[in-house]
Design a protein around this ligand. Sequence first.
Ligand code: S5P
Length: 497
Amino acid sequence: MIDIEAACLPVGMGSATNLNDLVLKLFEIGAVKFGNFTLKSGIQSPVYFDLRVIISYPDLMIDVSEHLYQASKTGSTYQSVCGVPYTALPLATCISTAHKFPMLIRRKEAKDYGTKKIIEGHYKPGDVCLVVEDVVTSGSSVLETVLSLQQEEINVTDAVVLVDREQGGKDMLKTKGIKLHSVCTITQILEVLGNMGKLEQDVINRTKQFIHDNRFNPNGNVKRSPEDEGGDRSIKRVKRVLTYGDRAKLCSHSVAKFLFTTMEDKQTNLALSADVTTGAELLRLADAVGPHICILKTHIDIISDFKPDLVHDLSHLAEKHGFLIFEDRKFADIGNTVKHQYSSGVYRISDWSHIINAHALPGPGIVQGLKEVGLVKDRACLLIAEMSSKGNLATGDYAKATLKMAEEHDDFVIGFITQSKLSNDPNWVHITPGVKLTRGKDSLGQQYLTPREVICDKECDIIIVGRGITEAEDSVVAAKAFQEAGYNAYLERMQKT
Ligand code: S5P
């Protein structure tokens, strides 16, 4: 039995009501609802929180933010506050203005070009920031904001939430070194509303059962640096670099998620460009090199003996070895034409290729056209922002415009074919062709960088290697060498930053 009086929070600068009044008000305005709801995940839930409605009740906004502030006082001290977008943004603003804490804003979808930050506001490395959220379930949205702050060397030790749904978020955040403080838990809400006669006992029981049956397991995949292990947080800086595994968690597109997960699990950032001209050779290479790659890139139209069986067999090998197929078709026409090129003809690319790529040159219609075919099949697209060939015209403003186009279609576009990192947003995959173990060029304008230059210096994610492997005496030995060089460069980058 919870002592509700004890749970009433001390009144600070503002005027926090007691918890009973707060819960009742949230219930009355429909910020917490009971019934049958289908969550984004497809799960049926007997309880639903819609805390966005709070913004329509200014007095309640002040009250909720005062409760949040009071709850945060049980944690470590902090210099600034940052709300998880969007619902918690105005709540963080209220805390900021009432208690004179500078506020930071984490950009959600406006991804900047080049080195621009994803955190707005003034801060210095080593500052401690309190993360504010409206409701925590698994903890992943709080973690997303924490990771963005940590990327900018801002420390986060505590987060505060209005409602903890008690489904594992608190434990998960604990594994990342974040202490979660809550104004109230779902158990408290049920108790308050039950005592006030607002809920039937069977609704309370059903909700409790649902919470019990739907707990997330804490998953400590974020690597901890020694600085994280306690100590004086105010002087120690935590610059946490996101691993491929961390980024898998952040991505919402299933193909990008799979890709980053594969890269982490198989320890490879190597894409094989299997530019061979017979079906048998393509399958031989795919089977031999499959264990060492995350992507197999095809130019299906250079296969002289193409038969539909080939892509069927290739798909089997992709499953067997756990890699994605990327048909390097480089679409470059108007939306209506690329739609047909993608879905029909001899190759029926959309049937078997997980990833395709397109030039941004024709304008956004090309992405819209491809998307009409690819989205329902859960396919992904890369936009060609920069090319490896000498004298190509895809530079500067062109790359910038490509990034903007990608941002407008981030449900389908997962990243770029590029020679350099275009954005700090960890959701984008940067894939770089023109890679050999030593710098150089070919006789037709191709220019090569080394895996270390691409991954460590230019901070791209994946190397595409063609002739470095296909023309090697032993393609498996060569693939292993590129895998090792690429992954070591990634590990080096993790150390460096
Ligand atoms: O800018 C680019 C884009 C691509 S996708 N430069 C490239 O070389 N590519 C492709 O990468 C190219 O079509 C080829 O399939 C591969 C590079 O092959 P390599 O033999 O030069 O490594």
